[in-house]
Design a protein around this ligand. Sequence first.
Ligand code: 9MG
Length: 287
Amino acid sequence: MILQLPTRTLDLSAPKVMGVLNLTPDSFSDGGHYSNPDAAVAQARTMISEGAAIIDVGGESSRPGAAAVSLDEELARVLPVIERLKRELDCVISIDTTKPAVMDAACEAGAELVNDITALRSPGAMETVQRHSAAACLMHMQGEPRTMQQAPQYQDVIGEVVAFLGERVAACAAAGIARDRLLIDPGFGFGKALPHNLQMLAHLDAFLALGVPLLVGLSRKSLFGQLLGLPTAQRLAPSVAAAALAVRAGASIVRAHDVGATVAAVRLAAALREAAAATAPTVAASA
Ligand code: 9MG
């Protein structure tokens, strides 16, 4: 599989890691670094040296309960960084936003992928992606970030999320965004309780049936806190293990904070996936 971008083609036959570059005040220990593009560019440089193929730049937190950010504030956070990434580093730049005006300005500045947790449902979002010939990641979320974790409800989480993503892929195709510009994402932690997240991870293959490359974001998610009792700072091991499991099950892109460890795990999982595809066990079942 490939992902078609405006200036290049990303070969997804080997899985890729998307490094998270959050430019929100709560993302930095001093609470103010986001206003300094130098720190952000240095962090992106490190992630690329560790093997990230994509840098996902975000100026608004999607954590449950996070405050909304104005358009001007979001633009002020992301644009100076995208401009410098475009000038100074060789990577695919992704813009993590739900606002069409931010998508537009970010693509103008050099972003080639729009990562939208609302799956391009804002008026004008699909048209903006189409106008820039950008790629898009369509993510499932039940509800909205402020309240989504209060009481997520599904009859059949896999069936409902697959159906939603299939509808969004069809809507994008109808708007002229070719399928080879799309990624789908089940949205771990976005309006899902622990059993929903575990069912989705256990049945990731169900999403592959849509024929669109699968991106997953599990890094440091609260499901590891719920399952293992670990605070955010101690979620590296389960995050990396989950990334490997996702790739073994067929994911093409993994979104991660800890790029070096995730790249190593993903390479192992990809090698196992290839070995499984190339060899069939010949051991006869015992009578
Ligand atoms: C922005 N963001 C936070 N978590 C995410 C996830 O799981 N997937 C995608 N596509 N974006 C995410």
